[in-house]
Design a protein around this ligand. Structure first.
Ligand SMILES: Cc1cc2nc3c(=O)[nH]c(=O)nc-3n(C[C@H](O)[C@H](O)[C@H](O)COP(=O)(O)O)c2cc1C
Length: 377
């Protein structure tokens, strides 16, 4: 039996060995933006997962672009060196052909925040908050920092910082650079009328609200060598009246594709509080719609948990590849288990050191799997 999940996919000039992606997930564990032994453990573990593409977490292009003090950065030589050490180790244990990507971002008005386990709110006066910036001087919610309204010079500076970080990404040997334009962070703030009230050429019409993201796509694309693919994570809907709709998301995806962006990942929400129906595959329809309307290579994400579910998304042509977040935290061996369930073990690399733990060699595996994941991860 051959599973589509385990067939290769070309993303730009980058060949993924399979269509399974570890979704970017902040670890909030860096110090001064620098990766450390937590990242080493996390990425070595994910490195042997067998996923075709492993995405590193949202990584700030400037210190003040970080969401929290624990966020990873790639804005100076020290942060580049620290990540270089971690990536050297992770690459050394990963199966040949594993591709690595990193997400670059700027948190905009949602920066200067507490780590999730410290409250998730805006940093208080005694927590060394910093001045945030955004398209307009409108806070995320009442009680959050009111951002400085970015000037044209600020916009030019942030574009240059995206480029500088992308050059560091290239030096570190990554295969994919993904720009974070979702989850209510800076580029999403510019895109959504809920956060952008500008009167200049970066606000108002759809064309104007897309401008910043498209300029970054062009500027970063210009400095990437042909063997590094550029992707975007975009929002498919704000789940709010007056917010981004799938029509606008499709328009942005088409425009990104025209500028050489190799894929878009369809996520949603985050620009302002909303009721998001978090059920299995809750964002897959966004990927399907954008794929049909823009012809872009699309990645689906969001409560994709079961192998058959992931396989069906591909088989039905809803997306070209899938990203899983919490399922990988829960089960870093997800790829191996999916291969067992889909009859595709000959399509993956199983580390020989771990062979005795595989389902055919140990009865316990059959008892433990397949198992039900809670619907509300
Ligand atoms: C701990 C954690 C950290 C996350 N950090 C990021 C991030 O850095 N960038 C991003 O685009 N999404 C981030 N996400 C969202 C995931 O990438 C993913 O889109 C979301 O969890 C839905 O997918 P899932 O149901 O498979 O987890 C994070 C999610 C979790 C659980």
């Amino acid at each position: 039996m051959s599973a589509m999940l385990f067939t290769p996919l070309d993303v730009g000039a980058v060949r993924l060995q399979n269509r399974i992606v570890v979704s970017p997930m902040c670890q909030y564990s860096a110090v001064d933006g620098r990766a450390n032994n937590w990242h080493l453990m996390n990425l070595m573990q994910l490195g042997i997962s067998g996923a075709g593409l492993i995405m590193l977490e949202a990584t700030a292009i400037e210190p003040h672009a970080r969401i929290t003090y624990g966020c990873l950065g790639l804005y100076d030589d020290a942060s580049e060196q620290a990540l270089g050490r971690v990536m050297g180790a992770a690459r050394a244990v990963a199966p040949a052909g594993t591709r690595w990507g990193i997400q670059l971002g700027h948190a905009g008005r949602k920066s200067s925040a507490q780590r999730p386990w410290e409250g998730r709110g805006a940093l208080g006066p005694n927590e060394q908050p910093w001045t945030t910036e955004g398209p307009s001087a409108i806070p995320f919610v009442a009680g959050w920092h009111t951002p400085h309204e970015m000037t044209t010079q600020d916009i030019v500076r942030v574009k240059a910082s995206f480029v500088a970080s992308a050059l560091r990404v290239v030096r570190l040997g990554f295969d994919v650079v993904e720009i974070h334009a979702a989850h209510g962070y800076l580029l999403h703030q510019f895109f959504s009328p809920l956060a952008n009230r500008r009167q200049d050429e970066y606000g108002g019409s759809l064309e104007n609200r897309m401008r910043f993201a498209l300029e970054i796509a062009e500027a970063v694309g210009d400095v990437l060598p042909p063997n590094v693919a550029l992707g975007f994570r975009v929002t498919g809907t704000d789940w709010l009246p007056g917010g981004i709709t799938i029509d606008e998301a499709s328009a942005l995806s088409s425009a990104l594709k025209q500028r050489g962006v190799a894929y878009v990942c369809l996520s949603s929400g985050g620009v302002a509080p909303a009721n998001i129906p978090v059920t299995p595959g809750y964002q897959t329809h966004l990927a399907a719609e954008v794929k049909a309307r823009s012809g872009a290579v699309t990645r689906a994400v969001g409560m994709i948990v079961e192998p058959q579910q992931a396989e069906a998304i591909l088989a039905e042509g809803q997306a070209d590849f899938v990203a899983l977040g919490r399922a990988f935290i829960d089960d870093p061996r997800w790829v191996w288990h999916a291969a067992e369930q889909l009859g595709a073990v000959d399509q993956i690399h199983y580390p020989p050191q771990y062979e005795r733990g595989g389902a055919p060699n140990w009865q316990g595996a059959a008892i433990l799997r397949p198992r039900e994941h809670a619907a509300s991860v």
